[in-house]
Design a protein around this ligand. Structure first.
Ligand code: GDP
Length: 137
């Protein structure tokens, strides 16, 4: 069993699509072992996305991620990291495969509805950024 970290991003929460996305997650066989709705500050978004701080879209991305609440999740499944990234689809919804969450829900390359860890080390950092051990059940 592996754990990964996911976010339902502001664009999807604002459009009341969180329930549909959670349904997709559970239908794909993930167990939700942690979940909370929070409103990130700009500084908290910057800390989360620090690896992107040299990218041209960093400021816009952090403004987007802190403009309204998000739902943070820890998901468990065999090969959860790769499985969740496959279910999300490509970063840019224009390139996302049919049947993926980003194809169905994303607005554009930035407002792309969901986040997923890309490797075991990032999953460990991202889970610990938002959840304590006691909150994972
Ligand atoms: P991910 O792993 O698929 O989420 O993609 P990345 O790690 O490359 O980028 C992190 C997040 O930054 C993406 O999910 C998007 O919200 C945003 N992003 C990525 N590329 C771009 C871009 O070219 N322009 C803008 N505005 N945002 C981007």
């Amino acid at each position: 069993m592996e754990r990964t970290f996911a976010i339902i991003k502001p664009d999807a929460v604002e459009r009341k699509m969180a329930g549909k996305i959670l349904d997709r997650i559970e239908a794909a066989g993930f167990t939700i072992v942690g979940m909370k709705k929070i409103k990130l500050s700009t500084a908290q978004a910057e800390g989360f996305y620090y690896v992107h701080n040299q990218r041209p879209f960093f400021k816009d991305l952090c403004a987007f991620m802190s403009r309204s609440p998000v739902i943070t999740l820890v998901l468990e499944k065999e090969n959860a990291i790769a499985a969740w990234r496959e279910l999300m689809g490509a970063t840019n919804p224009a390139n996302a495969a049919e049947g993926t969450i980003r194809k169905e829900f994303a607005v554009n390359i930035e407002e792309n509805s969901t986040h997923g860890s890309d490797a075991p080390e990032t999953a460990a950092f991202e889970i610990a950024y938002f959840f304590s051990q006691l909150e994972l059940v």
